[in-house]
Design a protein around this ligand. Sequence first.
Ligand code: AMP
Ligand code: MG
Length: 340
Amino acid sequence: MNKEAFEGLKRAGQIIRDGGLVAFPTETVYGLGGDALNPMSSKKIYAAKGRPSDNPLIVHVANMDDLAGIVKEVPEAARKLADAFWPGPLTMIMNKNDKVPYETTGGLDTVAIRMPNNKIALELIRQSGGYIAAPSANTSGRPSPTVARYCVEDLSGKIEMIIDGGQVGIGLESTIVDLTSPVPMILRPGYITAQMLKDVLGEISIDKTIIDSKSTERPKAPGMKYKHYAPKGDLMIVQGAQEQVVSYINEQSALAASEGKRVGIIATDTTRELYKADVVKSVGNRQDERTIAHELFKVLREFDDENIDVMFSESFDDSGIGQAIMNRLLKAAGHNIKTV
Ligand code: AMP
Ligand code: MG
């Protein structure tokens, strides 16, 4: 990192120490950061995002030693997972100590903690005093920002600084695993898959509200119950054999166009040429789902930029990273999925 960048991060760190807010890049999505140990900072984060205050924030740390400073005890499982995946896209939930205000945890006695794998983020955390509370840097309910311009769109004028670190590497938020339940439980799927966690811990469970969209139970991560990632237009996911999916989407696209609507289609590299609509975008390559994770939120935002009224998306395999992709896509679509 050059001297100028370092000086900029020192200034950003001072803003956070003084109780201000800074949007910054991480490897997952852009975060909206404030001092995690300052209740006023957390209140400001909720206000800037329009986020319900019972939806707790993730605390970001830069050193393993700092973890012990905010929890009752560091569980053995946390050490193992940190060894395997930190810095990286894994958030762990543990019992908080008194240093963490309830404003940060949405009133819970547990705290969610992550060490991001991004040089700017890590230096900013150090410069800020060690603990940054940071949800995604978007207006609550909209797709998470994976480039700085969407932080500007949502938060400009509401926060003190936005750091542009280019497009993020991963593009989906972290996997969240609760270490306070008897068997560690995945509360939000992400880039670190269930199998990867199982390989380290031996045993893993999954909050069933993630897999079963019709479940009437409350998700264990409070934020998962809210409307999320929604583009401005209506989105429908279409699943089935490729040929049927393409012809159904083209039919619906023509119908919507005849009603004067602007139509967008979320395709993949191999199918984009097969569609007819105002805007057709490939979200990536099915052979490598990381490419889809990387582009999904950006594509949803771009449809907003293009004033699209109706969108159709192909469906994705629900295993591995696909579980996280489908979780976000289903939420973005308000669970509007059609089988053909
Ligand atoms: P975001 O930072 O916008 O990616 O959202 C953070 C997610 O972490 C939300 O879904 C929260 O509900 C979840 N979360 C944060 N802290 C906790 C906690 N202590 N227990 C359960 N879920 C949490
Ligand atoms: Mg978010």
